[in-house]
Design a protein around this ligand. Structure first.
Ligand code: PRT
Ligand code: ZN
Length: 210
């Protein structure tokens, strides 16, 4: 791999994690000069540059060696890690530190009128999600044969549209579920923003004092 003399950090361009990630870097004493396209920011205080991207692209940028560090929700990281594992690819990155913001949970939610007795209730049902790998793993662990319906967004309206009977989506306050007459039935993954690094660099970060 070609070595660079400047470190590159990838963060979300716009969205829930972009503000807190920028604040964190600022508090660490890093200042950046914004470029016109606002995708690449040159580090002015230290040889550390910033790449502003979609959060879903961050694990791949680390895996490919394009960036040295990233800030991303552990939900996105784990979803893509399970996908790599399923394809027989080696782990290319790992979370080196939890960052204390962006807290949420990936939960299965069902119509409010359902009586929920456990994962087996989903047998033969369609479950809509943007996290097919994490949901698939949880269904396998619980030996439940359900159909995973992959949607890229607006998962919460899938039952009303007749696309699925249940959903699996990120929840923080629970207001979205409530507004869609759904209720949280099972938490399948607890998440927050993490600092991600290439797997090979992780032992070095683990021994560093934070
Ligand atoms: O454009 P890009 O791809 O970069 O952004 P995105 O739209 O994929 O991500 P974004 O900005 O919505 O979320 C980024 C990250 O924030 C997620 O990957 C999580 O790690 C974290 N996070 C924390 C959340 C939430 N809380 C959250 N509540 N991400 C999404 N939600 C959504 C959820 O999908 C649902 O629609 O908010 C709704 C539920 O919220 P409540 O409060 O009504 O329960
Ligand atoms: Zn995204």
């Amino acid at each position: 791999m070609k070595s660079r003399d400047r470190l590159r950090i990838a963060i979300q361009k716009s969205g829930r994690l972009s503000g807190p990630a920028r604040d964190l870097l600022e508090r660490a004493g890093l200042a950046f000069r914004e470029s016109r396209d606002r995708l690449f920011c040159f580090g002015e205080s230290l040889p550390i540059d910033l790449l502003l991207v979609r959060d879903d692209d961050i694990p791949g940028l680390i895996a490919d060696g394009v960036c040295d560090l990233g800030v991303v929700g552990n939900n996105v990281l784990e979803e893509q890690a399970v996908a790599r594992e399923q394809q027989g690819l080696p782990a290319a990155y790992a979370a080196v530190r939890q960052l204390g913001f962006g807290g949420c949970r990936l939960s299965v939610a069902v119509p409010q009128e359902w009586e929920w007795n456990g994962p087996a209730d989903l047998a033969g049902m369609r479950v809509a999600t943007s996290y097919p790998q994490l949901l698939g793993r949880w269904l396998r662990e619980n030996a439940v044969d359900a159909e995973v319906v992959e949607l890229s967004g607006s998962v919460e309206i899938a039952p009303r549209l007749g696309k699925a009977e249940a959903i699996c989506d990120l929840v923080s306050s629970g207001a979205t579920l409530l507004a869609n007459q759904l209720r949280e039935a099972a938490i399948i993954f607890e998440s927050e923003a993490v600092l991600v690094a290439p797997a090979m660099a992780c032992s070095a970060y683990a021994t560093a004092s934070w």
